[in-house]
Ligand binder design. Sequence first.
Ligand SMILES: [Zn+2]
Length: 369
Amino acid sequence: MTVSVLVDWLEQRAPLRLQESYDNSGLLVGDPNAVITGVLCCLDVDEEVLLEAVVRGCNVVLSHHPIIFKGLKRLTGKTVSERTVAFAVRHDIALYAGHTNWDSIAGGVSFSLSRRLGLENTKVMMPRTGELLQLVVYVPNEFAPIVAEAAFTAGAGHLGNYDECHFASVGTGTFRPLEGAMPFVGTRGTREVAHEQRLEFVVPVALKNRVQEAVWRVHPYEEVAHSWISLDNSWSDLGYGAVGDLREPVRLGDFIAHVARQLGSDAVRYSRADLDRVVKRVSVCGGSGAEFIQAAAATGADVYVTGDAKYHGFQDTPGGIVLVDVGHGESELPFIEDWAEAIRLEFVTFAVLISETNNRPVRTYLNHG
Ligand SMILES: [Zn+2]
C-alpha cells in the first residue's frame, strides 16, 4: 500500500479545495509511491514525534497542523519546522497535514469534539454557501430514467438524509442538425421537434466532473443541452463547527466539569454565568473558534465550546450564550483519535498509531496557594 493510496482516500473525504487560502494541508514531505510501513497520527509534528515514528516503525506521520505553514525558505535547522522537515527527509518519513479541510466537513474536527461531549443530533454549525451547483439537462423522454440513474450513481441529488432527489418536467425541444452533425434522431438541414424532459439535480461542486462524465456517457445526443448553475444555497455537509443536544439538560457547572474530564483539560475558562443555569443545546468548534460566537448563538445553543478565546470575547456574549474555552489543542485531540480509527477501519495492511509524545505547547500552572 503506497502513500498515494492513503492520500487519495483522505482527500476524497476532505478535499484540499476546502482548506482556507492561508492553509497548507496535503502531502508536505515524502514520496507518494513509498510503501507505508505504519502511520502515526498527532496534532503537531516535531522531531520528537518523528523519533517516536522511527521507534514504532511508522514512515508516515499525519498531523492536524501543517509543519510547513507560512512557507519554508531555508533548511538550516534554526526553527522547529526546518528541523522537522530535515529529519523527515533524512529518515524517509512522509508528512501529511489535514487541517482546515478537516475543520470544514461534517464528520471532521468539530464532530469528533461533539461526539466526545456526548452531543446528539449533531449538525454543522455554519453551513457553507457556494458549494452546490444545479445541473439542468434536457433528454429525450425514453432516456430520462437512464440519465437520472447515472447522475444519482455519480452523487447528484443527495441532500441531507435524502438521495435520488431530482425534478423532471416534460416539454418540447427543437434542433436542426447542420453540416457535419451526426444526429441521434432527425436529418441534416431539417428542424426536428423532440419530446424531451428537463431534469434538474443538485450537485456538490466537487462532484461536477464526475456527474458530467456519467451523464454524458449515457445521454444519446451528440451535443448534450444542459446548464450548470451556481447556487447560493448553504450546504449542511460542509462548514465550521457543530451543534447538538445533550441527552439530558444539566447544570452549567456540571457540564463544565464534564467537558474538562472528557477532554483532559487542565483548566477550562468560561464567561461569567450562573453555574446553576441549565444547559441543553451545545455548539462547538475545534481549535480557534471564538470569532464564530455569533453563529454559535444563532443556533440557539446555551453554551459554545471552543479554544483560544480572548479576554474581550468573554464579555457581553451574544444572546447571553456561555463561552467555554477548553484550550485549542484539547478541543482537537478527539479528532486525532477518530482520524486514526477511521484509517484503521479502512486499511488493514499497516498499523495506525496515535502519538504518545507529549509536545503540547501550552502548559498550565495550577496555583494552589
Ligand atoms: Zn488547531
